[in-house]
Write a protein that binds this ligand. Structure first.
Ligand code: SF4
Ligand code: SF4
Length: 389
């Protein structure tokens, strides 16, 4: 059978629905930043090549495989597709074909080895998963593997990247400040499997997913919260593609915090005196539709001068931090980050706020590269500041 993965994802008809209009290529933020903008590297060209593979007119090859990963899976192409092709699932199914044909980009093999040996993306001993907690050690110890209805899934990026430690730290300080009981897994937390979903290796994620679900279920968790947009979509959407049912609901921290504002449990004491904008992370924004919760939070913080970017919500320009682009094509990811920071700078704001550690890392790198005065902030950090924590 030609392209079994494309069939498995029910994407074979889509190959023939595509009218080759090129709207997708016109908006693709990754394609725009390529030095050599060959049609074959843009979404329309890649879709046409996939159709030729399906019809047996061509053979899958390394150049095509490399082009398939010159994409951050931001979903902007899906947004503009005039015949409504679910292009994010489509690219994931094409990546699954690349994986099946053993044509993965080299860095993904290292990632796979790390996920299999250490259960995290950084090839660090998983016993060090609470390394981020040096400022809040007592709090983590008190809640580690305790029974609670709220579970906090920290995620690999915040757990192991020193300069992001303040994201989970801020979030648990907020919970503690509001006397909300919670639990977290520490070294028993395994990667959510999102890098496998993004790279087309869905079956490899199953062991990780089953482990995490079982651990939180044993602790009596009813609501699982994460501060990472990638983990959120992994848990909320992709686990169902593995045939797994969750015994609890999943929320991104912004959804949970916005609910606490609605129920008047979260009230900001401290006045912020900054001018900030918000970047919608693709995985909670365009791909999940969580647009209002972060805006509600930012608008609730007194004296925070909140200014929207020219392109927001479903039209938000991807920062380049997702879709394993940072691993497979770091230079392209940085170029996209630089474009994003240019857009932020055009507003004259002090800070750009986001709700995803992967966005944070890529935009922060772009800020440094550009020598920009803009400050990168995660929304949990700004909430903690507004509570004087
Ligand atoms: S998902 Fe984003 S980066 Fe990938 S092809 Fe579509 S628009 Fe381009
Ligand atoms: S926008 Fe949709 S129909 Fe047009 S070329 Fe892209 S995938 Fe095909």
């Amino acid at each position: 059978m030609k392209l079994p993965e494309i069939r498995r994802f029910n994407m074979d008809d889509e190959l023939f629905i595509c009218s080759q209009c090129g709207y997708c290529s016109a908006v693709c933020p990754a394609f725009k930043e390529l030095t050599a903008r060959w049609e074959s590297a843009g979404p329309r060209g890649k879709l046409l090549f996939t159709k030729n593979l399906f019809l047996g007119k061509d053979n899958i090859n390394k150049t095509f495989a490399e082009n398939v990963f010159k994409c951050s899976l931001c979903g902007y192409c899906k947004e503009v597709c005039q015949v409504s092709i679910d292009l994010v699932t489509f690219w994931q199914s094409v990546r699954a074909e690349v994986f099946r044909n053993n044509l993965w980009p080299t860095p993904l093999h290292d990632l796979k080895a790390s996920m299999q040996e250490e259960h995290n993306v950084y090839n660090m001993p998983n016993e060090d998963r609470t390394i981020w907690s040096f400022e809040v050690e007592d709090l983590v110890e008190e809640h580690l593997n305790s029974d609670a209805e709220i579970g906090f899934f920290v995620g690999c990026v915040s757990s192991f990247t020193g300069r992001l430690a303040s994201i989970p730290e801020a979030f648990i300080k907020i919970l503690d400040n509001l006397s909300i009981d919670f639990t977290l897994l520490g070294e028993e937390e395994w990667c959510c499997g999102s890098p496998y979903f993004l790279s087309g290796a869905f079956p490899l994620a199953k062991e990780l997913a089953e482990h995490n679900i079982k651990k939180f279920e044993q602790l009596g968790v009813k609501t699982l919260i994460t501060t990472c947009a990638g983990c959120y979509r992994g848990w909320k959407e992709e686990y169902s593609h593995l045939g797994l049912e969750l015994p609890f609901e999943v929320k991104h921290a912004v959804e949970y915090l916005a609910e606490l504002i609605d129920t008047k449990k979260l009230k900001f004491k401290r006045v912020q005196d900054i001018k900030a904008t918000y970047h919608d992370p693709c995985e909670i924004g365009r791909l999940s539709g969580v647009y209002e919760a972060p805006r509600k939070i930012l608008r609730s913080i007194l004296h925070l001068d909140f200014i929207e970017l020219p392109k927001v919500k479903q039209d938000c320009k991807c920062c380049g931090g997702g879709g394993v682009l940072k691993i497979t094509n770091p230079e392209l990811a940085l170029k996209m980050g630089l474009k994003k920071i240019e857009e932020v700078e055009s507003l004259g704001v002090d800070s750009v706020v986001s709700a995803c550690p992967a966005c944070y890392l890529n935009m922060e790198e772009a800020i440094r590269e550009k020598n920009s005065k803009v400050k990168m902030l995660d929304i949990t950090q700004i909430v903690a500041q507004a509570l004087d924590l």
